[in-house]
Each structure stands twice: as C-alpha cells, then as structure tokens.
Design a protein around this ligand. Sequence first.
Ligand code: PEP
Ligand code: MN
Length: 331
Amino acid sequence: MILHLENKTPSGCIQFLENKHFAKIIFHEDYIQAVTTKDTVIIPDSIAPYVIDSWPFDSDFQLGNIEYKPRRSVHIGNKVIGGNTKNLHLIAGPCSVESKEQITTVAKALVKNGITSIRAGCFKPRTSPYSFMGLEKEGLLLLNEVREEFGLNIVTEARDATNIDLVLQHADVIQIGTKSMYDHGILAACGESDKTIMLKRGFGSSLQEFLQAAEFIMSAGNENVILCERGIRTFESKTRFTLDLCGVAFLKHHCNLPIIVDPSHALGHRYGIIDLSKAATAMEVDGLLIETHPFPLEALSDASQQIDLKELEQLCSSVQCIASGLSLNII
Ligand code: PEP
Ligand code: MN
C-alpha cells in the first residue's frame, strides 16, 4: 500500500509505519511517501488525519504501477524517454570496451547514424571464469574520452557491489545485468543514487520478480528506472533466449516505467536483430539496445550476436520506416 502523508505527520507515526509495517519512507517536497507491503494497512486513528491519499495494491508491484502514477519519463543524459514523449531512444555499442580504437570506431558510426547513447561493458559478468571479464577501470576511462570527444551519453554495467561506486562516477546510465537483477548491494546503491538505472530482466525471472527488483530501487528513493526486456530462458534451444514480447505488452499495460528492448541478447545471433528491432518498434517501446562491433567475429564477448556497422545503418533505416508510420521520434 502506498500512502501520501502530510509533511507535518508526527515522527512517531512514521516510526510506527516503519517498525510495524516495514514501510519504506521517502520525504518529498509536498508529502511524505510511505510504502508498505501489499497487505492493506489498518491505519490507526492517530495517523488517519495526516493521510492525503492512499493506494491499496494486491501485490508488491506498487511504485511502478500505472494505477499509482501515469507513465513516467526518465532522462538518458540530455534525452528524455517515456511519459507522453513518443520518443524511441536508440542505444548501441559493443558488448565490451576492448580498445581505444574499437570504441572510437563504434562511436563514430553511432554519430553518423544519429545515435546519442553508447552502451559498452567494462565489468562483464561472465558465465565462465576463463572468459574476458572486461577492461574494468581502464574501460571506464576510455568511455569518458568518448563522451568528451563525441558528446555521447554513456551506458555501462555495474557487475557487483564492489564496482558500483566507480561505475556510478563515470556513467550517465547504470545497467544492471540479467545476472545481477537480484543483487541487493547493487539495487540498494542504485536506489541511493539519482542516476538513471537500466534494469535488465533476470533471464529466469517472472515479470512480478522483475518489477519487484525495480521496486527495490524506487522505494530506496530513485524513481529513474528503465526496464529492459532481454529475453528469458525457455525450452527453446535454437535461439539463445526467447524475447518476451508478451511481457513487454504486459509491462506497457500495467507499468509506468519506460521500457527498452534488447533483441541482441535475446536472439544471440546477428541474423534476426533487425527484424526483432522492427517488431519492438511496432510495439512502441521507449528504446532499443543493440550490440554492434566493427568486426563482430573478433569480439571478445558475445561475438555471434553483434551486428557490424553496416548492419547498424540498415537497422536504423528499417526502424525509421516503422517509427515514421507510428509518429514516433527516434532520438
Ligand atoms: C550485456 O548487456 O552485454 C549483457 C551481459 O547483458 P545481459 O545481462 O542481459 O546478459
Ligand atoms: Mn553482451
């Protein structure tokens, strides 16, 4: 249940909600927001006079619920997505920062295609301990150089709570990866920040669990959250994961947060990335996350799914055709 309370609510009442109902409290300019678990709180007479408004919910998907607030807008650097903007934000880049030359080549291609946000990993959460784990701090410094030289927004991933502070210092948007969706250290640190957070869905997580992870960030004070659908594990083995467009429809209908679709990790092969991007655009999502590399076959991570820079150009024009028909602004 979400309660909006008057600013003059006595601290004893707030403590009661915190101690008795595990309420998460955020002090806003015009009201105090208290979010308790889904069970409808019996509001004692001592608190009732201070309640401005209340929203009972039948699940712990609350702050992100469209029944609480209409669609939220969120900044990605100097761009805004969500709300009533009808903006479609393209985010692209290699799976990993590998070298100055590689990231500069990609940055130039993005600028050429009018893309203003680069996404590249420096702290890579890998399935095998023998895989390339990213350039770590050196990679973040290269991304900083790219920001300065090309004016691009930087989206990059925090792998775990040991690097979140460093990533927060350097990134415009923090990516929480599929394997970290349940990492409470990362969720808590992101909740304390005011940076935009792109939360990827755990590949084995239900929509409810995905939304609850977003609630951890929002209830800790950071409502600048973007949801990223990147495919879930199903019985199908011909594709790497299954892009859950039904889930996207659910989120669009029930949730107030912007939604980005990542077809690259879902399919795991470059051949269908343009088709899936068109499909997601037709669903009027708020953004696409595309992996691209100058020489995909030589990539140090996710080589089979990264499109090359020529394919990126094709993708942009294909998506533009669909976007124009729907009066979406590609930003
Ligand atoms: C990535 O974005 O490169 C990545 C590892 O994504 P995910 O966490 O969705 O697998
Ligand atoms: Mn990747």
